[in-house]
Ligand binder design. Structure first.
Ligand code: B12
Ligand code: SF4
Ligand code: SF4
Length: 246
């Protein structure tokens, strides 16, 4: 009998999807597993992420003609890479998608996510310069990933520079999302397409996104915030908000 194929981590990393974690669906906590609506033959969950600038540079080279270039590039890459070793019926991309998937909860199980004062997850290697790009359910037999948790750097941070850098005083526990949004919506705010707190954090600074990547992704969240404020006068609560922000 031939051995099952190895997970194609290098091929994904070449494409800029340089973080991955293989979970057994059966071993996930019920609260994480339930919203996934996995079919009985789907045994594994593949979490893909990007860290640093590589995804953005690969994306520029691919020149996608898309309103949603990161998600479209991710889907194409998953089909190209996994399609070489699994039949299309053996896997299903559930994120990007519309279902309610708690990506940071999955990240915490993988050891990637630790809460920071500006609400974006942080880890000791990448700082806050990583995000979740795909969740795939598969009937596959890849080797499962061990949790690699390097701890929360914020717990060791003296006189945190992120707190003093935030012009809205929004950073802390809990993160003051409404204050952050008020600031970002100001016509002359330095945070319209940036986050000064995130920039001020020294952890993983060498992986910080360039101005074009920042402008691209923060423009999307700013547009969403502006739409919420126009239609509802406030941010929707977690039960009603759209689930596909990046
Ligand atoms: C809704 C949402 C938003 C909303 C927040 C509204 C709100 N009421 O919470 C808005 C549109 C403002 C937003 C903005 C951004 N987001 Co957002 N967002 C999400 C989303 C879709 C759901 C979060 C959620 O509700 N989780 C479920 C509930 C149950 O979780 P929870 O435990 O109650 O709360 C957790 C998170 O919600 C988080 N949180 C709570 N409040 C806020 C506020 C902000 C601004 C953020 C980023 C997180 C956050 O902290 C908790 C820790 O676990 C996730 C993706 C996902 N599907 O998980 C991305 C996600 C959290 N966002 C992400 C990012 C990167 C951003 C932006 C930087 C993106 C950008 N392109 O501009 C900005 C942040 C800049 C800013 N200051 O505005 C990343 C974070 C990556 C990481 N390393 O952790 C995620 C995981 C998406 C991804 N594909 O990776 N986001
Ligand atoms: S500056 Fe310190 S407290 Fe703030 S996010 Fe970075 S490590 Fe955490
Ligand atoms: S975007 Fe600006 S207001 Fe919001 S947390 Fe970052 S520094 Fe503070």
């Amino acid at each position: 009998m031939s051995a099952p194929p190895a997970f194609p981590a290098d091929a994904f990393a070449q494409a800029g999807l340089n973080r991955h974690h293989l979970f057994s669906l059966a071993a996930l906590p019920a609260a994480v597993r339930a919203p996934l609506n996995a079919a009985p033959d789907e045994k594994q969950l593949i979490l893909l992420g990007h860290g640093g600038r590589k995804l953005w540079s690969r994306l520029q080279a691919a020149r996608p003609d898309s309103d949603d270039p990161i998600d479209d590039y991710t889907r194409l890459t998953v089909d190209r890479v996994l399609g070489q070793i699994l039949p299309p019926s053996a896997y299903r991309i559930v994120y990007p998608g519309t279902g309610p998937i708690g990506l940071q909860a999955l990240g915490a199980l993988a050891g990637w996510h630790h809460p920071s004062p500006f609400a974006i997850g942080i880890d000791a290697e990448w700082g806050s310069w990583f995000a979740y790009r795909a969740v795939i359910l598969a009937h596959s037999d890849f080797a499962l990933s061990p949790t690699v948790d390097r701890g929360n750097p914020c717990l060791r941070c003296q006189d945190p520079p992120c707190l003093s850098a935030c012009p809205a005083g929004a950073c802390g526990t809990p993160f003051a999302l409404e204050a952050c949004m008020d600031e970002r919506l100001l016509a002359n705010s330095p945070c319209r397409h940036n986050c000064l707190a995130r920039r001020a954090c020294p952890v993983g600074r060498e992986h910080a996104y360039d101005a074009a990547q920042m402008a691209h992704s923060y423009a999307q969240s700013l547009a969403m915030i502006a739409e919420w404020r126009q239609t509802m006068g406030r941010t929707p609560d977690k039960a009603t908000q759209p689930r596909n922000t990046r």
